[in-house]
Design a protein around this ligand. Structure first.
Ligand SMILES: C[S@@+](CC[C@H](N)C(=O)[O-])C[C@H]1O[C@@H](n2cnc3c(N)ncnc32)[C@H](O)[C@@H]1O
Length: 255
């Protein structure tokens, strides 16, 4: 699976160490996700771009951010010298931070990307796959627009992760609809992420199966995105991986 150098061994454009300290920093920052989104998403975006840069040079590269929302990742990509383009289907999400969409953003669907085949150097997506009704159509689209030799960075929160139900967690373990009803009862409003409408159950196993069956890509890496590198072996353990991975990151090279 890892014929190509991994995040730790590849020549890096930015220093990146997937150690325990980094994981603690990310999980601690997550506590401020609601109260200080600029702090949390800024930190996560810089961390993510450093992680991405361990697999591919970014300077001058055209990077598509699928479901990029308000553009935190686009900003970090631009700082790293890349040319980011956000595609998102929700103008409200894109304008959430500054009242206007990120520079150069395109309103469009991840399920039908408004780009020609093989035009993108790096196709990136963070935490969007679990929000689309047909995840494998989205992954196929990401592969389609990536040029041969280009990279796909695909990350998502899997359903049986402790955060799989997002703000309805951990009650999603008792069922997504039940968790949504409980949220409404307790908070007096519907959750932002509604199971079966804007949040779907995607498993680590299914994502790996899709990647292995996709003849247009080579799997460079598959790892728990926020965990220390040494925890990556969990991906090889069916069952357990669905609980402890938290967020699966696939790095794929377009053939
Ligand atoms: C949880 S947010 C993630 C935002 C950002 N990528 C991040 O990691 O912080 C999910 C984003 O996916 C977008 N999205 C959901 N379904 C989509 C679709 N079919 N096409 C494009 N974007 C979509 C939403 O509008 C939202 O901005």
């Amino acid at each position: 699976m890892t014929d190509v150098p991994s995040a730790e061994t590849a020549k890096t454009a930015a220093p990146f160490r997937a150690d325990l300290r980094r994981s603690v920093r990310l999980f601690s920052a997550f506590r401020k996700e609601q109260t200080d989104p600029d702090f949390f998403y800024g930190l996560l975006a810089r961390d993510t771009v450093a992680q991405l840069a361990a697999y591919t040079p970014l300077d001058g590269r055209l990077v598509l951010d699928v479901g990029g929302g308000p553009g935190y990742f686009a900003d970090a990509l631009r700082e790293a010298g890349a040319r980011p383009v956000c595609v998102d289907c929700d103008a409200g999400e894109m304008s959430m931070r500054d009242g206007s969409p990120p520079e150069g953003a395109i309103l469009g669907s991840a399920l039908d990307l408004p780009l020609a085949d093989g035009t993108i150097d790096v196709c990136f997506s963070s935490n969007v796959l679990e929000h689309v009704p047909d995840p494998w159509r989205m992954t196929d689209e990401m592969v389609r627009v990536t040029r041969p030799g280009g990279l796909v960075y695909l990350s998502f929160t899997n359903w049986l992760s402790p955060w799989g139900g997002h703000e309805t967690s951990p009650w999603h373990y008792l069922g997504g609809h039940r968790a949504a009803r409980r949220y409404q009862r307790v908070h007096g409003k519907r959750p932002k992420n509604v199971y079966g409408e804007s949040m779907y159950a995607v498993s680590v196993g299914a994502a790996l199966k899709w990647a292995r069956s996709c003849s247009n890509v080579e799997i460079v890496d598959a790892l728990p995105r926020y965990h220390p590198r040494w925890a990556s072996t969990v991906i090889r353990l069916p069952g357990l991986r669905e609980i402890v991975t938290w967020n699966l990151l696939l790095i794929l090279r377009r053939r």
